[in-house]
Design a protein around this ligand. Sequence first.
Ligand SMILES: Nc1ncnc2c1ncn2[C@@H]1O[C@H](COP(=O)(O)OP(=O)(O)OP(=O)(O)O)[C@@H](O)[C@H]1O
Ligand SMILES: [Mg+2]
Length: 449
Amino acid sequence: MVEAPSILLVDDSQDTLEVLSRNLQEKGYRVACATGVSQAVEMLRQEGYNLVITDYKMPKVSGLDLVRHVRENLPDTEVMMITGYATVEGAVEAVKAGAEEYLTKPFTDEELLTAVGRALEKLRLRRAQRAAPALGPAVQGLLGESEPMRQVFQAISRAASTTATVLICGESGTGKEMVARAIHYQSPRATAPFIPVNCGGIPETLFESEMFGHVKGAYTGAVESRAGFFHSADGGSILLDEVSETTPVMQVKLLRVLQDRQVYMLGSDRSVQVDVRIMAASNKDLQTLVKRGSFREDLFYRLNVISIEVPPLRRRGEDVLLLARYFLDKFSRELDRQAPVLSDGAVRALLEYSWPGNVRELENLMQRLVVMTDEKEIGVHLLPPAMRFCTSGDAFSPCTLAEVEAEHIRQVLALVAGNKTRAAEILGIDRKTLREKLKRYSNEKQPRK
Ligand SMILES: Nc1ncnc2c1ncn2[C@@H]1O[C@H](COP(=O)(O)OP(=O)(O)OP(=O)(O)O)[C@@H](O)[C@H]1O
Ligand SMILES: [Mg+2]
């Protein structure tokens, strides 16, 4: 018999834990409870769970930290966060930290169970994707069959077998962070943490303390010692994301760790040895910044031991379609729908478009299409104008003006979901004329597809 999925509930309120666990147990889930993040982390260390459901606001450590811990260390566990108030920020933070789902209080039993079902389905898909090579040579969820991506996969494998520092460059949204994750999870360090740090998001004054930690009394308000990102990543890997955004002061501090692998906690003159694999990512060309004098040359060479260039989506040929279909499938499943297919015209438009936002732009577009339309086929008319105009549409075949008119009316109708009043407005004719035209077409022949 297949074992029921296991869920770890984390909430500081005993009452909430009881209610939630009763509901979930009734549906056949195996449930364990923790009243705080540290207890949860310990339980996760001892046993694997399929899903963690955590409260956001808890005394001591926030649920957000648990979300990060799970996402960074436990690829086989989904995580869902419950936020107390319906603030966009809470939800956005949860999703950014890697929560697959979030629920805002109050929620119904049904909402809870639906969200749990969705989260577990995502886990199933992720495992299936890892097990099935059918989707092409995917490395840790990175899809691609084009030559430039094959080279990236080779570089990932080579990098994973060493501990050398890696510099990952590429335009925004190309998958740099995914490449770093892939290197970490393919390396012997996979069971230790992967810690991505957004260097652009840390103010210079906090940089040292965030990165290297501080000892008690290091500055006013430092009431106790705290570890930094480098300590958290001990035994694992750290990704210095957006490394081009570091200031000269921050660069000096990083250079010091890269040179001697020693970390000085703020306020302490004794160094601590850390065993951390360092990776850095940038969407700016660091060499140009070095020439301009805004990035230290010595730091650049320390980082650039192995360099991986993640190609922009427009150089990946038919990978665009592979990814588009993968995302259509993924988002449709989430909504329990059949994935739509791409029309020939849409295929051409996707291939011709230049994708300035790369894979992230493609992913967002596919999600929007799945959410916004119920159509079984995605035609050119459903694509954003910038894409529609970069293609000649479906293959050109000489035809009559009446046919062109019929096709145009069909596309406008599709755009407004069949609303004839809106369609007539857009077409600049009255409803009666539109009705007559439609009647005539249906008597003559079906408009060209
Ligand atoms: N080859 C790929 N296969 C599947 N998904 C991908 C691939 N590349 C990127 N993605 C998805 O695209 C999105 C952007 O990827 P990621 O965050 O790694 O990009 P990035 O280069 O770090 O972007 P930025 O420069 O904006 O930080 C993510 O949702 C990621 O899951
Ligand atoms: Mg990134």
